[in-house]
Ligand binder design. Sequence first.
Ligand code: ATP
Ligand code: MG
Length: 391
Amino acid sequence: MIKKENSTLSKVTKIISTDSNYKDCAALDILTPLRTELLYEPEAFEPLATNLVQFIDPNRGMRNHALIIGSRGSGKTAIVDYLLTELKDNHNFDFERIYLNCRHLDNSYQIMRGILGETKKLPKYDIYGAFMKKLTQIKKKVIIVLDEVDLITDDTIFYSFTRDQDLRHVLLIMITKTPHFWDNLTADVKSSLSKEEFFFDSYDYNGIREILTKRAKIGLKSFDSLILLNIALATQNKAYGDIRVGIRVLDRIFRNPNYPQSQLNKQGRKEVPKKVMKEIEEMTEEEYFRLKEGVIRKLNETHLLILYFMLKTKRSNKAFKEFQKQAFTTVSKSNFLKQVNELRHLDLFYTLHHRHGRSTILDCTETIGEKNVKLVEELIKSKMLLKEDEN
Ligand SMILES: Nc1ncnc2c1ncn2[C@@H]1O[C@H](COP(=O)(O)OP(=O)(O)OP(=O)(O)O)[C@@H](O)[C@H]1O
Ligand SMILES: [Mg+2]
């Protein structure tokens, strides 16, 4: 039998733990759930926590559905998940939680099927009946998180919450990047669905710096704080403030114990060498590119084509015309605009609305970087998605 200390696995583990600069590598992973010691500005989320407690506390039972509005990476998903886990595991509140992302389930019936865990196609009426039965059978309070809620195309599900007394034990947490979601609901739903709004601000330089510092202190054996400040700066300037990019760069730079150090200049002050600063900026751009590249490679062919024409023509009406002319499939104008909205949600571009007669036109500005614009063109070519090669 091989002695434990000589086994390959124990050698590898030893090398990893002595050679790496990690103390707790989960702190540098953007996908690990948030925990208290990583949380920046917990007091900013107290109003939301209060709203949730007022609902689940058996002695209070006040219900105001929560509408959370905030930009990309502002912590909407992570903080809701953190608060619900805390309330359940550390404060012993007894409730059922259900999480759904509306990107994959974009109408009320699909959401209801998602809540039911049903994969079979059922007639709408049966779905509604089964959905009501399932929720009314739960004898605890229920919290349903609808992430990216503005991708739902109808308001049937919200309507059922305004009318049905049997759903009084259910609270909705609706997460959206845009406040238009609420404005677009029918007047009837808006007036009867009582809700409280919570705004999550995007992080400025100080926020980014603080989040990174917390993660570095917990996750790493040692790190250079001047270099960390440069990572925060590059995240703000080169990655549109996307904190996920900052965390990835932090991980890449400091996981290696031989990471670059700041140097003393002639006056004896510490400064980051120009070369290192440039390297941080390049790495930030690269990580930002990678994050977006992952999203682009997962797009279906219609989305890819719509993205291509939006980037090329910079206007939704022109992009629609080109799409009809060049693509092998056709889509209605309203479906086209719905899909433009989905792409905007993925932060592949941002749009400015303006009216032209009776229709709305969206002007588009890319946020994916030059390299990714080229990648979109290459994918369109290699998948042969256009009727005739334009070049
Ligand atoms: N206050 C915070 N403290 C510590 N980490 C945070 C905080 N807010 C966000 N983060 C981290 O930032 C990353 C992005 O957060 P999250 O995914 O929740 O953003 P989001 O608002 O849901 O973005 P999107 O709209 O793109 O889905 C996560 O890794 C999360 O842990
Ligand atoms: Mg999210």
